[in-house]
Design a protein around this ligand. Structure first.
Ligand code: ADP
Length: 267
């Protein structure tokens, strides 16, 4: 390669080199910051339930164990804390696999109507505790075949419905509907008439660990990972997720899925 002697070209190249390096350093710094923030969040999320479990266990050991009613109550609470820890660790595991792209999707055809009914069955108890009605738009009395990783899609639908219950009003309702969006796509909507989300908070909802109410004072414990898992799952399918929410009125989360191709039988 001939050496560039033209001063203008040389200056341009030096400048470009410097800008590229600067960008590279900034990206690295960004990643480092991201990692630090992530670790900070993880330990923070783990601390609350861990201290809770420790608290109940030491109170029991300090003598509370002798009272039969208290013993049961505290053991149950400690168990709840451990349960919560398990959920957080499972969510973390899922999210790290999704982020490093290790989670291979097992793509197959399945009936999304049946999947939603399945999730309803699993969440019926949780909903009834808040007197929340789970409704399914019964336009679809027949199967709707879609293509995707059934287990992951079930997790996504589950997270959305769990949220609609967690952030739903007592005696409220959650409605799931499945509609044709285009010839090849369906859209699954989960709508609630719960607390809704303020406009300013919407852009950050899908971030890991993001929670609108960080006070921890509320009873609904969560890790703030649920929605980012949903987003990852939907995007891993090359599909889209939408949110529409009005503060004080309710929210609607929806995502698209590819329909299974109908192969016409020609006899
Ligand atoms: P988590 O529920 O564990 O806090 P998510 O990632 O599932 O985490 O949700 C992030 C935040 O988005 C929640 O903390 C809540 O503030 C808000 N949110 C999610 N779903 C709803 C909903 N259906 N209605 C109102 N707020 C919601």
């Amino acid at each position: 390669q001939p050496i560039t002697t033209d001063m203008a070209t040389l200056t341009r190249e030096v400048k470009k080199f410097a800008t590229d390096k600067k960008l590279e350093i900034e990206t690295l710094k960004g990643r480092e910051e991201y990692r630090r923030e992530f670790l900070g969040n993880v330990s923070h999320e783990l601390k609350t339930p861990l201290f809770m479990v420790q608290g109940y266990l030491s109170t029991l050991l300090d003598g509370a164990m002798n009272d039969k009613t208290i013993r049961k109550k505290y053991l149950e609470r400690a168990e709840k804390g451990v349960e919560r820890l398990i959920y957080i660790v499972q969510d973390l595991d899922m999210i790290s696999k999704l982020e490093i792209g290790e989670l291979n999707l097992e793509i197959a055809e399945f009936d999304i109507v049946k999947l939603v009914q399945n999730v309803f069955d699993l969440l019926e108890m949780k909903a009834s505790k808040k007197d929340i009605l789970l409704m399914f738009d019964m336009k679809y009395n027949k199967p709707v075949l879609v293509v995707g990783d059934q287990e992951k899609i079930q997790q996504a639908v589950m997270n959305l419905i769990v949220n609609s219950i967690k952030y739903g009003k007592e005696k409220g309702s959650t409605e799931v509907s499945i509609e044709d969006l285009t010839e090849h796509k369906v859209i699954i909507r989960v709508t609630d008439n719960g607390e809704g989300i303020e406009k300013k908070n919407i852009p950050r909802l899908f971030e890991r660990f993001y929670r609108v109410d960080k006070s921890g004072a509320r009873t609904e414990g969560g890790s703030g990972l649920g929605l980012s898992i949903v987003k990852h799952i939907v995007e891993a399918h090359d599909e889209k997720i939408y949110i529409d929410s009005t503060f004080g009125v309710g929210s609607e989360f929806s995502f698209t899925l590819e329909k299974a191709k109908v192969i016409k039988k020609l006899n």
